[in-house]
Design a binder for this molecule. Structure first.
Ligand code: ARG
Length: 281
């Protein structure tokens, strides 16, 4: 009789953090005044003091984890400017600026480009609608690029040429997940977490082939903004209501760090939307 032994449990790996540089924008003029995604309802009441406190907690969390946080001055009349991720994509010290889909957000592009120029970066103007890290997510050598609602495939092409990174177009289908960063995030240079239901069948196949070990999130966790998370390779700043995903990440050796941004969810954004990563050369 062959001896049957239980399969050895896979040891939980120790994850390594890398210090990051982030650009954020205080929600001083935050409001929900127009509706450009299904989370937004015109004239929704927001609690400005609560939005500021929650955002400050995000900043303090990053600093507590040892990251560098810089801020851009918010501009009156631009209530979505708090979502700094949409202002650009920065890789290797090169900046691709943004061109916003919604007219209401278009003036943000110049404000973000001016910040990067003043900080000494070269900024490339986008040729087509391009909403920065909202739809362009670097993972190791690849640039994952969302389209369907905002950023166009023409911008993916431009990003590939500008950064010289293999750029993988992914089609989003569910309007609740209108930006790639609401449905997927990079845990480190090799791994992602995502919600397959946000993508077309072909794009799901692409993700499965590229990241067979990905963390697969449920719709509930995605709707709780669990995939709008920010990882430094070890700590994952995540929405506290994404409880299933929090447990999955802990099982994989990551350290979930819950930060509640419920006031900002009213505009369709969470932690990652508020956070532009400045990846230096
Ligand atoms: N109200 C904003 C919009 O619809 C939210 C942007 C959220 N940002 C993000 N990176 N997903 O454009």
């Amino acid at each position: 009789m062959p001896l049957t032994r239980p399969a050895p449990a896979r040891p939980t790996p120790t994850r390594r953090a890398r210090t990051r540089r982030y650009l954020l924008c205080q929600p001083r003029y935050f409001a929900v005044e127009y509706a450009i995604n299904p989370w937004m309802q015109e004239a929704t009441e927001v609690d400005p003091a609560k939005a500021l406190t929650q955002w400050q907690c995000l900043v303090d969390t990053y600093r507590g984890l040892g990251h560098i946080v810089e801020t851009i001055d918010p501009v009156p009349g631009l209530p979505d400017m708090v979502f700094a991720a949409n202002g650009a994509l920065v890789v290797g010290g090169r900046v691709l600026g943004s061109r916003f889909h919604a007219e209401q957000r278009q003036p943000e592009a110049a404000a973000y480009q001016a910040w990067f120029k003043a900080a000494g970066f070269d900024v490339r103007e986008p040729d087509a609608v391009c909403e920065g890290e909202g739809d362009l997510v670097p993972v190791g050598p690849f640039l994952l690029a969302g389209t369907g609602f905002r950023t166009t495939p023409a911008a993916h092409q431009q990003a590939q040429e500008y950064f010289g990174m293999p750029t993988v177009t992914l089609r989003l289908t569910d309007p609740y997940f209108y930006h790639l960063d609401t449905a997927l995030f990079a845990l480190d240079d090799d791994t992602i977490a995502y919600y397959p239901g946000a993508f077309t069948a072909g794009s799901r196949d692409v993700l499965r082939r590229l990241f067979p070990d990905a963390v697969i999130a449920t719709r509930d966790d995605a709707m709780a903004f669990g995939l709008n998370s920010v990882s430094d390779g070890r700590h994952v700043v995540i929405a506290p209501r994404a409880t299933g995903l929090i447990a999955q990440l802990a099982d994989r050796g990551y350290i979930p760090v819950p930060v509640d941004l419920s006031e900002l969810h009213k505009a369709g954004g969470g932690a990652k939307c508020c956070t532009q990563e400045v990846r230096s050369a």
